[in-house]
Design a protein around this ligand. Sequence first.
Ligand code: UDX
Length: 458
Amino acid sequence: MFKVAVAGTGYVGLVAGATFAEKGHNVTCVDIDESKVELMKSGISPIYEDGLQELMQKNCAAGRIDYTTDYASAYKNADAIFIGVGTPEQPDGSANLSYIATVARQIAESVEKDCLVVVKSTVPVGTNDKVEQFIEDFLVNDVKVEVASNPEFLAQGSAVKDTLEAERIIIGTESEWAEELLMNIYEPFKLPIVSVSRRSAEMIKYASNDFLALKISYMNDIANLCELAGADVQDVARGMSFDARIGDKFLNAGIGYGGSCFPKDTKALEFLAKQKGYELKTVKAAIDVNNSQKTMLYKKASKRLITFSGLKVAVLGLTFKPGTDDLREAASLENVPLLLEKGADIFAYDPVGAENFKRVFPEGKSGNGHITYVSNPEQALDNANVCFIFTEWGEVKALIPQQYQELMRTPLVYDGRNIYAVEAMEEAGVEYHSIGRRPAERESKKESKQRELQSIKS
Ligand code: UDX
């Protein structure tokens, strides 16, 4: 078993630390935030992630995991130091590597024995070469430090499971020593390991994420065409999914992808391509489709309604997907300000994301409108003129079509997650607009008059 240090206790770092401890390694997690370290020491996870807190508590009790702000003591005798700090997107789409650089410098100044630095953070291709050089330049003691790439593929909400049962572990190394050490660290996980060069490993991360983003944008593009052409995107996706070359995952059309990875990684790869003088047309298309998809329902509703001013608008779901309190790049963050600007009186519901959302949009008057946070979806729907569904939380899916009809003042629903069958909503008397499916049947006055006349004649 190895002595492992982990720099950064966000989704990537903390989950890595907890799962390494679970597999028997001796782990020290390092973070600069003292209050966060204290919280973790008391067995509480600073992020909401299924099974993480249990893993932290179990391994803390077993003496296999500890937390500190004292990076020097954590790094000096470590066999391997995993870096899981953020690489936030900069305005031009490039990745901000300042956190990585800070950690690299701390490592260089602290290590007292040979060690492997393993970069888990998503970094542009070629960064790890630079990190290795940077550490060498600042190295205080006469020791060997090599850098390896080990990108992370966990999805939020299932991070622990995704790590313990990963479909593959990618390791990118430049020496047999580094490869063997990393293979040994991952040996107890008993998972398939793909060993490649450092640059290929860095590229695998972007190529995988951007492919998934492309898959979603492709389905959203097809969905928009389905609506115009009278097809149903869910049926289309089902039909496609039987082809093993396409697969049955990530074919759900909706309100566009959000989160901390797809938006950032698509832009970062496009930026890298530009830097190299290459135009990455496919990824650019994925980004463009996603940008317009996020406000697709708002645009539809704006055409349907004369105004949002003074309307009670129910917003169901704020996070970028269920099972997380993360709001990064969530569709709600684009749509709520638009609605508020137009004077909407929003009643928002999210089972775990509301607290974070309140920090961006505090309760009360906002823009030309007003926002109130409620503790269940029924309260949001009560007497509402229109409803937007942005996240497919279980609590939202549990609502039945009749509830929209009974609770809302005017049952007009814009569903960005295709939760309901179009027919079921229509049968319940709900005017239902979703993504890539038959638009709601709204009888024109002329049509209803004709129907009336026909029934009189017969
Ligand atoms: C993703 C990748 O899945 C993961 O491998 C990578 O390491 C980080 O990025 P995450 O962002 O946590 O993980 O969430 P994911 O479940 O992949 O969903 C991302 C976004 O795509 C969400 O907004 C989700 O709603 C959307 N999505 C996903 C769709 O719109 N349709 C789909 O079919 C799947």
